[in-house]
Design a protein. Sequence first.
Length: 65
Amino acid sequence: MRLHIDEGLCTGNGRCYALFPELFIDDDSGYGQTTGDGTVAANHKDDAHRAPLCCPEKAITIEDP
């Protein structure tokens, strides 16, 4: 499972990295980015499923390989 942030939709409100710091970080401009390549560790899968629901812009998606 991997998370993805659509940079065209993200407005930088920061909910992703405030609520799920193990999955997201902020860049120099305050926009969210996935940690690493977006791959989610098994112990964070529940949070990964909640993250898209917390994004007001719906910029976060889950990619299942």
